[in-house]
Design a protein around this ligand. Structure first.
Ligand SMILES: Cc1cc2nc3c(=O)[nH]c(=O)nc-3n(C[C@H](O)[C@H](O)[C@H](O)COP(=O)(O)OP(=O)(O)OC[C@H]3O[C@@H](n4cnc5c(N)ncnc54)[C@H](O)[C@@H]3O)c2cc1C
Length: 476
């Protein structure tokens, strides 16, 4: 196993449980890849960036369960939004069954006008009617989400204050550069087909603490997790892939290899001969990347009471109240009893990449003073900005053509990573799915097939009845 991010960990743990002796090589001194956390010199834990999951992420939930981390995620069923005029909106399931569970909170959503809501409702009906598969999604390899919305005559307010807000944070890309398939899928899986898919799960511990159970799970079954050990290349013998190369000329061989590194890193590791032997490996450089910026602010006092908040019409997209999210049962942030720590998230943050860090802090602080009046009197004790230029692969129209499957045509070489072909965008769920799919492919090729991939969340409410009736009518 090469790579100790979620994809490598999911594959590693699943294979160890299936009786394989797993050796996992990770170049960094800690596990978790992009979904991890660091400790600053002053002892403060900082997530690489806030990571959240949704109720519809069934494989991530399964993985957290396997490694004993499920209890470290807090689920929230109320999502809060705030516009610059101070109007609040919320999404929270009411008593009505799916797909109408969010209807009341949507009807009362103050930042949207009636024409905005009517246009959104029309588009939702189209997604429902087609069971999340509107026919124009297949055109010319894919249309952009913006184009899909324009065809449904969405108002400017609906696009900016609803579709853009949900999808840019879910998919890390601008609507004009997002394949509509991914956008529609978010709404079908998380918001329409069942009443719990939209619930947001937020880690109650620094991200790296989630993976405590992975090393022990692999080692308990005879394997090994080897940190600070970058794989430097592939060993080729008689034109065939024969092992791994490390620093100082060291080499390792194994019965099978799962590369769970980012596609950009894999592109550099694979020799030309291997890339040419499998068309799916020749196109890795066609997969583009998109940035996310995290802004971490520590105040001398409490400035926010909600656990998180989405801002509308601002550069800042999400504010996470880390002190509250990390709070122990006494309501105090573990290890940091005073002040308040907020983390802001800005997805698809292309405009910020070139900006100096202080300028970004000033910009966000200005927006916070408007959104959270208590910030005006508070002192900013400390701030840090983490720019991830290659946070995720860009879900551009047609990107599915370049995503390789987990089983390659090179004997004993398997792939995992959020960028491989899972049908999902670059998310923790996508990464875990890819790991399970890689492990399934490996077990299949070894003649010991095992099902690891978890089913999607079951449709519920009227959707379940409707789909049940449809499949009864078609006899499926
Ligand atoms: C800022 C940010 C915010 C995000 N927010 C969310 C969110 O809220 N929700 C969500 O679901 N997803 C989010 N994501 C996406 C999520 O983090 C990724 O989809 C997921 O973590 C990818 O996991 P992975 O295992 O595929 O890749 P990675 O996490 O990149 O893991 C690859 C691993 O391989 C290692 N490696 C690379 N080269 C070598 C080598 N030569 N030898 C040995 N090891 C090597 C790397 O060090 C790394 O540990 C976010 C990502 C970022 C960056």
């Amino acid at each position: 196993m090469i790579g100790g991010g979620l994809a490598g960990l999911a594959a590693g743990v699943a294979l160890a449980e299936s009786g394989w002796r797993v050796r996992l090589f990770e170049q960094r001194p800690f596990l978790g890849g992009r979904a991890t956390s660091y400790v600053l010199p002053d002892g403060q834990h900082v997530d690489n960036c806030q990571h959240v999951t949704l109720g519809c992420c069934t494989n991530l939930e399964d993985f957290y369960g396997r490694i004993g981390a499920a209890g470290k995620i807090t689920f929230f069923d109320r999502l809060l939004f705030l516009d610059p005029q101070g109007r609040r909106g919320e999404m929270q399931a009411g008593r009505l069954p799916a797909p109408f569970h969010l209807t009341w909170s949507f009807a009362a959503f103050a930042p949207l006008t009636l024409p905005d809501k009517l246009s959104i409702a029309r588009a939702m009906l189209d997604i429902l009617r087609t069971k999340g598969k509107p026919s124009d999604l297949q055109e010319n390899g894919g249309i952009s989400m913006l184009e899909w919305l324009r065809r449904r005559r969405q108002t400017k307010g609906a696009i900016e204050r609803f579709w853009r807000v949900v999808l840019v944070s879910a998919l890390d890309e601008e609507l004009a550069r997002t394949d509509a398939r991914f956008g529609i899928d978010v709404f079908w899986k998380a918001f329409l087909s069942n009443s719990t898919g939209y619930r947001m799960g937020v880690p109650a511990v620094p991200l790296a603490n989630l993976y405590d159970g992975c090393k022990s799970e692999i080692e308990r079954r005879g394997g090994e997790v080897v940190l600070r050990t970058p794989v430097r290349g592939l060993k080729i013998e008689n034109g065939e892939f024969a092992g791994l190369r490390f620093d100082e000329g060291r080499e390792e061989t194994a019965d099978a290899y799962v590369f769970a590194v980012p596609h950009t890193a894999l592109g550099e590791l694979l020799p030309q001969s291997i890339k040419q032997s499998d068309a799916a490996l020749a196109n890795l450089d066609k997969i583009n990347v998109a940035p996310i910026t995290g802004v971490h602010l520590w105040f001398d006092r409490q400035v926010m009471t909600d656990p998180f908040l989405t801002l509308l019409d601002t550069t800042t997209q999400w504010i996470f109240n880390k002190s509250a999210l990390y709070a122990d049962s006494n309501g105090k942030e573990k290890g940091s009893p005073e002040g308040q720590y907020l983390q802001l998230v800005i997805s698809a943050s292309y405009d910020l990449l070139q900006k100096p860090r202080q300028e970004i802090i000033d910009l966000c602080l200005g927006e916070l003073r408007e959104a959270l009046p208590a910030v005006r009197d508070a002192e900013l004790v400390k701030a840090t900005v983490i720019k991830e230029a290659a946070a995720t692969f860009s879900p551009e129209p047609g990107v599915h053509r370049w995503r390789p499957r987990q089983q390659t045509s090179v004997p004993r070489l398997f792939l995992a990573g959020d960028w491989t072909d899972t049908g999902w965008p670059a998310t923790m769920e996508g990464a875990v799915r890819s790991g399970y799919l890689a492990a399934e492919a490996l077990l299949r090729s070894a003649g010991t097939p095992r099902r690891l991939l978890q089913p999607d969340l079951e449709p519920d409410g009227f959707i379940a009845m409707w789909l049940g009736r449809q499949s009864a009518a078609t006899g499926s």
